[in-house]
Design a protein around this ligand. Sequence first.
Ligand SMILES: Nc1ncnc2c1ncn2[C@@H]1O[C@H](COP(=O)(O)OP(=O)(O)O)[C@@H](O)[C@H]1O
Ligand SMILES: [Mg+2]
Length: 360
Amino acid sequence: MATEIKKIGILHGKENTFPQAFVEAVNKIAPKGIMAEAVQIDRVAQGETSGYAVIIDRISQDVPFYKAYLKNAALLGTSVINNPFWWSADEKFFNNALATQIGVPVPKTILLPSHVFPPDTNENSFRNLFGHFKWEANMETVGFPAYMKPHSGGGWKSVYKLNHLGDFYAKHPQTGQLVMLFQESIDFTDYFRCYCLDRKYVKIMAYEPRNPHHLRYVKENEGQANKKLMDTIHDYVLRLNHALGYDFNTVEFAVRDGIPYAIDFCNPAPDADVHSVGQENFDWVVENAAKMAIDRAKTFEEGKQNLTWGTYVQNSVVGLGINAPAAPVAEKTEKKPAAEKKAPVKKVATAKKAKTEEVK
Ligand SMILES: Nc1ncnc2c1ncn2[C@@H]1O[C@H](COP(=O)(O)OP(=O)(O)O)[C@@H](O)[C@H]1O
Ligand SMILES: [Mg+2]
């Protein structure tokens, strides 16, 4: 780092409320020697540092140039949140598979080949698949109604609810080259969207996806859900984010018969706009994101790798024969419905986490 000041940068796109509030919050509470700003890029050259101790990435999913910029920055020491290598590799089918190994309920899910061949491929490229793949028998194991949605996607794009096989044949051609999940529909009584920052700050928000966008964060349901359910959701949120290695993520749950099923937990640049999440949730995200970034800047070591990874990367859940490890210990920060106290924690997973969480 050329300068002695440790700089925290936020890399963002069209967002107009969270990045600005984040910069302001950091600059208000950061100790001397740490400051925040919107990232400024005047050159990207191999092996050159970004000049930032910490970068919060809110946009690289839409801008491949930024993804490459962030990997180079991380290699040279910047603590990039979220880990750009892992984020590049991740997708929702893997996430669901991981959930089955760490004891978090997920809807029955199978993977479907794309309707249209990827570029530069033809029938011959698919000899391992065609003639073997049992489309209808696979779908029968999940049943109808079902959700069909991209294995790597977001923002409700190309999400279909299918009521019968005819629906599938009508809709699948519309998905083009997308690889789709075919997933059991959870007929839910409650739905929650949960922020998880720094793998320890958790905010559970009642959410009604069937409402128009600006009315989804519902107040009425809050507090109605019982303590046991809140504890379970809190535990699952931490399990998922520790295993996946995300420091800034949201996890959505649909509750059916008292069981929270994880629906969408691959949101490394989750919506944090004050106009959709509401003032209270917004303030919570700004405050905790600022705290996380300042902590990272404090522990930042020049010339070292300062990224964090998920526990599964080094600590294969399958290899260890762990099917339902306990959640890692995490700090409770927000004042919260008593309901969000955590369930007892088994020691085993915690000890492993300490050894494997950080790769330096
Ligand atoms: N298996 C499911 N059961 C019930 N509802 C679902 C299911 N999958 C998706 N949905 C509904 O569709 C919405 C969008 O799907 P989601 O997986 O969150 O995709 P995205 O990443 O695009 O937000 C969810 O918020 C939920 O309301
Ligand atoms: Mg979603």
